[in-house]
Design a protein around this ligand. Structure first.
Ligand SMILES: Nc1ncnc2c1ncn2[C@@H]1O[C@H](COP(=O)(O)OP(=O)(O)OP(=O)(O)O)[C@@H](O)[C@H]1O
Length: 679
């Protein structure tokens, strides 16, 4: 229901009149709920009638029309009474009019002031109805103030705390809230009248930008911490300077360095005045090596320019030793890489049986290609080459790469079997053939049936047996000692020797016919000194193999290590190289093999125990050498030229025990018998 009203009071609908109207309604209308839902409507604005401040803020002037709105019908009498209430002339003396004006002015000023406060202010009455909302609060809630006023707080402000406040009467409650996209601090204060809470003033302070700034600050702090950590965990010395070269920031290592070297006050003391003034003229970075505090550093200075002016620098100092170590590591990786690449290309072209034979030198690969070709045939193969060049390895690979690979492979070392036993070893014997022949025994040829027999050190085969071997090779059958029945053989024969068979033939120690019978497919393995390119590959392969075998984790070698190994002549060939590696790796105390741990005769080739001079070997006298050094030279010489400790002892006129002790002391085991010629 809507009642049209007017008033002719001098101050219009002023504070006192509005208050009197509320009292009038309370007295006239028993239904209190009706008053709660009664409004004054003016100029499109609708305010609750009992919201004094809101009613006054309408600024209704004398004679202007306004409306009283209720949600249910009123009696005619009541309607008339209400109209009369506003029309009724009151005795308004000048004093009264002035009092009302002051009251009105004060209320409006207060209202205006509150509405302009940048914090959001919301007033709630005891029924949890919003009775006042200022502009800032409406903005935070994203609503029109008129939509909020006269509505319950539900869904607008969390009401739990508000309800609680009516009971506890706590002076202030503060909490952080998220209102739409705003973060606010909400402060609720009870409005007390006669010790009763009649409403609550809620103040909302927008802290969104502060929150954002503090979040950014936190992020910046975190970033700085991370940067500090990064700068402090590197071993390089890092510093930032201002435009005068004074250090304004430095990492821990740089700080320590500057503390230790008090005379270094600024960047100019590090790179020199001249270079420092260059930075002021030219924004180009400077890189140089400088010796400071007894160490060499690689210094890099990056100038920071702003508006064409030098504003500071970022300076890093790296110890030259670190750079060298890094380069060594890179070099090592390069070597590993080369090794892998070469291995790959080798594996692509060779049968897998040959993969264990390391080397990419042309001399070796040519040889292996022949060996690979011959592997698929049944031809007799003669492998020649110095001791330790891999003859046995090649013999086995030929067997493995051929069609007999799943059949027996039998190796006989002709030099290791006493001459009297060799015939029975090779051909077997019948029971009773000689004293001690208690049962019929098959020889190595028979054991190798369908497979391969490898006769190593064939040059040591006694001349009497050579004829028998020739017959076997030609007729492909054997007769056991003491037997009559020939036994058919299907055996492939591979022989090897480190001796010059031709020379033996000339000296009458090897049958010429057998020599030609064996010389069907000759394969010569070059000595290591003729294929030194393979040394780095072999060393790398042995490092990997021996790491596994010895349970070690040797990662590489000191710079120069491979060069020393490459310079040495390796009389014992690959066997000697492998033995040296095994010895070094077993004794190594660091992850990298050191040059100083190499045997004396490899590490200091100038002091080699003997030198070749027209093919003759002799000890070189040198006045600067000690007796011990001479002793070592003598033992080295003897070790190389005699095959056993007994013979070394005999040659030097000392006991076997002394030889064993000295050989161990000087690390000469790998050299024993290396130059021994049994011809
Ligand atoms: N090319 C190679 N790659 C890898 N290891 C090799 C190579 N050549 C030889 N070796 C190794 O060197 C050692 C000696 O090789 P092998 O016994 O085959 O030589 P050999 O010529 O038969 O010697 P000897 O005449 O003294 O019997 C072995 O441990 C072998 O594995």
């Amino acid at each position: 229901m809507r009642i049209t009203l007017k008033t002719y009071r001098k101050n219009g609908l002023h504070v006192r009149l509005a208050a009197k109207f509320i009292t009038f309604l309370q007295n006239q209308i028993s239904d209190k709920d009706l008053i709660k839902h009664a409004y004054i409507l003016y100029n499109g604005k609708k305010v609750q009638v009992n919201n004094l401040l809101a009613v006054v803020s309408l600024k209704i002037r004398p004679g202007e029309e306004f409306y009283f709105v209720v949600d249910r019908p009123l009696s005619e009498q009541m309607v008339a009474d209400i109209r009369n209430f506003f029309l009724q002339q009151e005795k308004e003396d000048a004093e009264q009019v002035e009092t009302d004006r002051i009251l009105m002015e004060n209320s409006l000023t207060l209202q205006e002031a509150i509405s302009k406060i940048p914090n959001g202010i919301v007033v709630i009455n005891r029924d949890l109805i919003i009775t006042y909302v200022n502009r800032a609060a409406a903005l935070l809630f994203g609503q029109d103030p008129q939509q909020m006023i006269n509505h319950r707080v539900d869904g607008i402000i969390p009401k739990d705390e508000l309800q609680e406040l009516f009971q506890t009467k706590k002076p202030v409650v503060t909490k952080k809230l998220q209102l739409n996209r705003y973060t606010v601090i909400a402060t609720y204060s009870p409005i007390l009248l006669n010790d009763q809470v009649i409403g609550i003033v809620a103040i909302f302070q927008d802290i969104t930008s502060i929150e954002k700034i503090s979040k950014e600050l936190k992020e910046v702090k975190e970033l700085q911490q991370r940067l500090d950590l990064l700068l402090h965990s590197v071993s390089d010395l890092i510093g930032m300077t201002d435009q005068s070269g004074n250090f304004i920031y430095m990492n821990e290592v740089m700080e320590l360095f500057l503390k230790k070297n008090q005379r270094i006050q600024s960047l100019a003391h590090i790179i020199g005045r001249e270079d420092f003034s260059k930075l002021k003229r030219n924004p180009k970075p400077i890189m140089k090596v400088v010796k400071l505090d007894g160490q060499s550093f690689v210094i890099k200075v990056n100038p920071i320019y702003f508006d064409k002016e030098l504003t500071g620098t970022v300076t890093t100092m790296t110890r030259l030793d670190d750079v060298k170590k890094l380069l060594e590591k890179i070099e090592l990786m390069k070597q590993h890489n080369e090794y892998l690449e070469k291995e790959l290309s080798r594996h692509e072209s060779l049968h897998k049986a040959f993969h264990s034979i390391i080397g990419t030198s042309k001399t070796l690969t040519d040889t292996l290609n022949i060996a690979q070709k011959v592997a698929s045939t049944d031809s007799t193969v003669l492998i020649t080459g110095e001791s330790g060049t891999g003859k046995e390895l090649v013999a086995r690979a030929i067997h493995e790469a051929g069609k007999r690979k799943n059949e027996p492979y039998i190796r006989v070392n002709c030099a290791a079997i006493p001459p009297t036993l060799i015939e029975s070893e090779l051909f077997g014997y019948e029971k009773g053939a000689f004293t001690g022949a208690t049962k019929t025994t098959r020889g190595k040829f028979e054991l190798a049936q369908k497979g391969t027999i490898f006769l190593d050190e064939i040059g040591d085969l006694p001349i009497e047996l050579q004829a028998k071997l020739l017959r076997v090779l030609q007729e492909k059958e054997i007769v056991r000692i003491g037997g009559y029945e020939p036994i058919q053989l299907d055996v492939r024969v591979i022989v090897a020797t480190n001796k010059d068979l031709k020379k033996l033939v000339d000296a009458g120690k090897f049958r010429e016919d057998l020599y030609y019978r064996l010389h069907v497919v000759p394969i010569h393995l070059p000595p290591l000194r003729n294929r030194k390119d393979d040394i780095p590959l072999l060393v790398e392969a042995f490092r990997q193999e021996l790491n596994q075998k010895l349970g070690k984790n040797i990662k590489g070698y000191e710079k120069g290590f491979i060069e020393y190994l490459t310079q040495y002549n390796w009389p014992g060939n690959i066997r000697e190289l492998k033995n040296v590696m095994e010895r070094l790796m077993s004794l190594a105390e660091t992850d990298y093999l050191q040059c100083k741990d190499l045997p004396h005769y490899i590490f200091s080739p100038d002091q080699a125990p003997f030198k070749e001079d027209n093919g003759e070997e002799h000890i070189i006298l040198n006045k600067k050498k000690t007796l011990k050094e001479y002793e070592k030279e003598i033992y080295t010489f003897a070790c190389q030229n005699y095959p056993s400790f007994n013979q070394i002892a005999k040659a030097l006129g000392v006991t076997h025990k002394t030889v064993a002790k000295k050989v161990r002391e000087y690390g000469l085991e790998p050299l024993v018998g290396k130059k021994y010629q049994n011809t």
